[in-house]
Ligand binder design. Sequence first.
Ligand SMILES: [Cu+2]
Length: 507
Amino acid sequence: MTAGDDAPPPDMRRRGALIGLGAAALAGAGGFAFLRQSGAATVPRLGMPPLLDVRETRKIALRAQTGRTRFGAGRPSMTAGFNQSYLGPTIILPRGEVATDLRNALDEDVTVHWHGLLVPGEVDGGPHFPIAAGARRRGVLPVAQEPMTAWYHSHVHGATARHVYAGLAGIIHLVDGRDDERGLPSRYGIDDLTLILQDRRLDAEGRMVYDLTPTDILNGFHGNRIFVNGQIGATAAVPAGIVRLRILNASNARTYTLMFPDGRPLHLIATDAGYLPAPRDIRSLRIASGERAEVLVDFSDGAGGRMISGRGQIDILDFAVDPALAVRIDHLPDRIAPDLPPVGEVDGPTRRFALNTGGGAVSGGSAGHQGHQGHQGHGQALVATTGETASGSSHDLHDFAINGRVYDPARTDFDIARGTTERWVISGGAGGEHPFHVHGVHFRVTDEAGGMVRPENSGWKDTVLVAGQTEIVVRFDHPAPPDYPFMYHCHILEHEDAGMMGQFTVS
Ligand SMILES: [Cu+2]
């Protein structure tokens, strides 16, 4: 169903016109410094999200709020964000206990799901943990895991796609202070770049819109512009050395195949949930919605480059070497982390999950057809629509489910004994590719479509793109009581909202 991910609409090809943004347009681009000026062309420099470093304070304070944001040269768009008008700050998170103070200044429920953090169901921030309009909720995250790039986003059932699209998402760097020993770049925004990739649909006046058609639900919502950290057409300035890219695919549905057309390798150092033992050289990186990857790229030849997706059809981000940036890391590390432990012995049941996309495969989903109420329902819209599409009826065309059961918040799909290791076999059906995410666990991928596991899936994962059939081995160490179960779902957010989700307890 997502076969067209790498095939852009015509207006996404070659963004040459956007590179030549005029000064008037840049005034609205967020105030980022200009990278260079040559003739009439002025290129905005890629900015990083602001930092929320809680290593000392041990307190994460986030406020969900609406805003108006200008993207590129467009007119201001209705948006939402955490502590700002679009997206949220980069949280630098230490291990240990960290307090959370979450406030909701929206006119509707919000949640803050900690995607990738191994925390109990009570603080996981899934759909069972709504924070009402105007409310405030405090909690504690017990963080006891290895360094990784995680993220946070709203996860209100039926509204997740609209919320994330509007901007209610941000990235987390979980750190242990040892990256210097590992020989890894760690200077934020200089040689350690955060790249939040999103595609968004802009109308003729450059305003972000979310018009959900039945086709958008079937394929997931795909945009006509690429945003990196909420910016269009920016260029990243890098030193002439080794640069680390922390890549988060925070798109609603699009899968990217990232590469440099000059053949420059990507040295993969981390998958979703932690470091690989050593860099793995790859020529392209496939990254689906919800996934993260960290790569090192060598710019020591002094030449910039252009990162593209899908064999040259979509420009993602230009890189330019700035000689003023001091080079701190000039060679690849040989070794980053200990070898991955062997995949654990399976001592629980094997479970099978068939991801259903319509076609009458659904039976018995009694609580089913509630999925898309949130897209146009209660409260303020958060993001504009043209009003031309009637999204509320579209779910009647396609039933989205897992094993024939549409998500029902009142139904626990199964219970797992804490400490058990299970094998899960997930099938996407003919032609469908779905990123499958499980809350509260990290897992290993043991088989993809009967063949080799791709490098992108060779380390610790919490989300895996299922094309055909994928097998994972999962150990369940973190508790989730009946009131706060863990979710498993497709991370194409329109599929998830439409019911391709289930939940389980761990006790
Ligand atoms: Cu899906």
